[in-house]
Design a protein around this ligand. Structure first.
Ligand code: PLP
Length: 436
């Protein structure tokens, strides 16, 4: 499989080079040059397959011969070694729980897969790879955990000061080792801009070998297809394919679902469930896209004003707005509505959503009001305990940390403070020791 850049200036590359590069040299995102189709028997018999077998079958054509089959099997089985249950909330709404991984959010899957691929690709090099990642909340923890102590890799995480939850900040700042967390005086989009600028800086790249662990990286993006197949494997309504409601910020997760659909997964419709950050919502309504300043909300992992993966959304539909609208609807849900939904579902259905899941639930409800014969799945992307500060006052109860997951240690936070100026960031990265 070859990957082309969505900016169409850079040459095509294989999975290995796309993973190492992160962003293409022309600043486009790598996108598969062909869409592999599932064997009809694979979908028909999907109940007979284990999660490992599903994941291996799905990812194999995208990796090609860049990783030997037996090793890819090992990587995949380490990636999906926790449950992905489909929970019935009511007769037509189901929740795919993606929060049973080590950092209690869905990003564990992509981070675990990518760290192992990158470590394999770098196995013979003397110099370390320096992985840069900007986070709106959950990426940082997942990447820190997924890459912690992985040989040959140093990690620098940028997060917006005061805009991630306490639990999230603990998860990304307390590991130490090969993981450095930087608290940036700015928004998530500022963090993302710093990472993008570093990638475009040839002077910097002549000193350190850079890679990115944001969902722009194909090795983080592609394994997110698994969720949709795991959901379908548990789906009981063979003649009514599911509608998927995806809480969206940078749009990596949703684009992975759309890719699985293009490969042949039966899906009725997709919903981009957005908070007040509604750039893609506006595009779906009007056909015109414009990046917007980030707005802080209670579903903070979706506070993205200029979603990176929008380029992939366009690539999936050959930039045709009419085709986009056939498959994808969007909703923008306010914080008030998110809170009301969270509380209502907790009271009426005895099911505790996190704020991101509540945005997806409400979006799905609105869609189903117009399409009463359909049934849908919302992707519950994080455990509510990660948003204790929002959830606890609402329901008037403390949320328990699930068994087997310890509270991140509250002492010894290791953070480096940075301004949002690129020159400061560069100086920081050029310190001796990084990536050596
Ligand atoms: C990252 C994140 C999202 C947004 O996912 P994208 O792939 O960036 O659209 C939604 N919910 C949670 C909990 C997240 O951590």
């Amino acid at each position: 499989m070859l990957y082309y850049s969505t900016s169409k200036q850079s040459p095509t590359v294989n999975f290995r080079d796309a993973t190492i590069a992160g962003l293409a040299p022309d600043k486009g995102l790598y996108f598969p040059s062909e869409v592999p189709k599932y064997e009809p028997a694979f979908i028909k018999n999907i109940r007979k397959y284990s999660n490992e077998e599903i994941a291996f079958t799905v990812i194999r054509p995208f990796v090609g011969d860049c990783i030997p089959g037996n090793l890819l099997r090992d990587i995949v089985s380490e990636t999906v070694n926790f449950p992905f249950p489909l929970h019935t909330i009511k007769e037509n709404i189901y929740s795919l729980e993606l929060f049973h991984g080590p950092t209690l959010a869905f990003k564990d899957v992509g981070a675990r897969f990518m760290s192992r691929c990158l470590s394999f690709f770098n196995r013979e090099k003397k110099e370390k790879v320096l992985v840069l990642v900007a986070t709106s909340g959950d990426t940082g923890g997942a990447v820190a955990n997924g890459f912690f102590n992985v040989p040959g890799i140093d990690v620098v995480i940028l997060y917006p000061s005061g805009k991630v939850s306490d639990f999230q900040e603990m998860q990304l700042t307390t590991l130490g080792g090969n993981v450095t967390a930087c608290k940036v005086d700015g928004t998530f989009d500022d963090c993302q801009a710093l990472v993008k600028q570093a990638f475009a800086d040839d002077g910097l790249k002549s000193h350190v070998s850079l890679s990115s662990a944001n969902s722009i990286n194909v090795a983080r993006w592609l394994p997110q297809q698994f969720y949709y197949l795991f959901a379908y494997q548990q789906w009981q309504h063979e003649d009514v394919p599911p509608v998927f409601s995806v809480p969206s910020g940078n749009f990596g997760n949703l684009c992975a679902g759309l890719l699985a659909y293009a490969c042949g997964l039966p899906v009725d419709h997709f919903i981009a469930a957005c908070n007040a950050n509604d750039a893609v919502y506006d595009y779906i309504q009007s056909g015109i896209f414009g990046a917007k300043p980030t707005i802080a909300t209670i579903s903070n992992a979706m506070d993205v004003g200029n979603p990176s993966n929008f380029a992939r959304l366009l690539a999936l539909f050959n930039e045709d707005h009419v085709s986009v609208r056939k498959v994808l609807s969007a909703y923008s849900i306010s914080d008030e509505e998110t809170k009301a939904t969270l509380l209502r579902v907790f009271r009426d259905r005895n099911y505790l959503l996190d704020p991101h899941g509540a945005v997806a639930f409400r979006s799905l409800e609105l869609f189903l009001e117009e399409h009463p014969a359909k049934k849908g799945i919302l992707l519950e992307t994080a455990h509510p305990v990660k948003f204790q500060n929002v959830v606890q006052p609402l329901i008037n109860e403390a949320v328990e940390i699930p068994a087997g997951h310890n509270s991140p240690v509250t002492s010894g936070k290791l953070t480096q403070k940075l301004s949002s100026r690129y020159s400061d960031f560069k100086e920081f990265l050029l310190q001796p020791g990084f990536g050596k």
